[in-house]
Design a protein around this ligand. Sequence first.
Ligand code: ZN
Length: 457
Amino acid sequence: MTTIKLHNTKSRSKEAFAPIDPQNVRMYVCGPTVYDRAHLGNARPVVVFDVLFRLLRHVYGADHVTYARNFTDVDDKINARAAESGREIGEITAETTQWFLDDMGALGALEPTHMPRATQYIPQMVAMIADLIDRGHAYAAEGHVLFAVDSWREGYGQLSGRSVDDMIAGARVEVAPYKKNPMDFVLWKPSDAEQPGWESPWGRGRPGWHIECSAMSHDLLGESFDIHGGGNDLMFPHHENEIAQSCCANPKGEFARYWLHNEMLQVEGKKMSKSLGNFFTVRDLLDKGVPGEVVRFVFLQTHYRKPMDWTEKKAAVAEATLRKWRALTAGIEPTASAAAAVVDALADDLNTAGAIAEMHKLAAAGDAAGLLAAGQLLGLLSEDMGAWAKGPVVDLSAHEAQLFAARQAAMETKDFAEVDRLKAAYTEAGLEVRMSKTGVELVPGTGFDAAKLEGLE
Ligand SMILES: [Zn+2]
């Protein structure tokens, strides 16, 4: 059996992965808060952990992997969205949840085994909070319940590698009169008549954010499970707080044994932000005509623990590559399983870039069946993701030869007018023009329009 190696944030090293129960490998990943469309950065962990899900299914069998990813459908951002739009909370969360599933489906992400909603797990959260109070790890104050970090000084901060004192000195902690220690965090808070709330031993209120992942992972995966994933922006405080809650409520369990964190996404070398004007959603890209498969391919070219830079140029090159691969694999049956080199690359801490390099080798060798099998393992080249590439494949070789000949002639005459005219026309048609001493390559970009090439010969 293939040995998967994963970089465990907990040990800060790459470890051989050994599941608690190979018959039921269990993974939990923090999901979205549902009040708006997912932006491109939100999609990165979805694609990263989808690849891990596929790899685990490949190695342990599709029926032997349980993957849970939550929807946070109770949150003050949702309440604010409801207040400003005048819409019902339930309507907003239901609509946004479906948007998320549709958009991530367009990126080829399989649906997890379980997709729990926080509002469906309030009794389990209340029970866990009551248990934490009984065990001396939490206290009620002014309608709130807080986790007491001083009750677990030995464990708190281990994942992110900081001490409680460092955290207090460095973090922007919310100071509140009812907190015993400024690092104590909210498990339960009171709701007013306008806010969503549930009856509890501490009055009508709603859960804090962190407790839902502890309660839902416990309910669905048990007190010890294999992998916990999320973006590295969640490491502190969210994951640190999940660990504190779960380990203190279930001291016999280990909670999650392997912690995986993906790095963040940038756009054209800059952090994506509304103020920089480079903020966009997955749906924005899809509506612009960028195929979901192209987005996925661009993501997978960068290792998940490195910052990933989204650029239009990468998208154009990815589209051209996928077009070629789809033409090569059309009507072909995949080999029974992906080549060992592809599986080995993925098993080495999800080296997706290495797996794609192997796919390039298979394509260069004309091994269409092998290429297709590798694509299936990575969630690429599938039939249902391929509608975008169904259009006739345009043979650009005549155009490439024409431009090359024009340039050869211009080198003699020193008159480049014809070269410039052709270059401008190809660019206008959505082609990227790459010229070297030995040849010309025309690469279709996302806005490529074959109709504009008519009459150019
Ligand atoms: Zn979480």
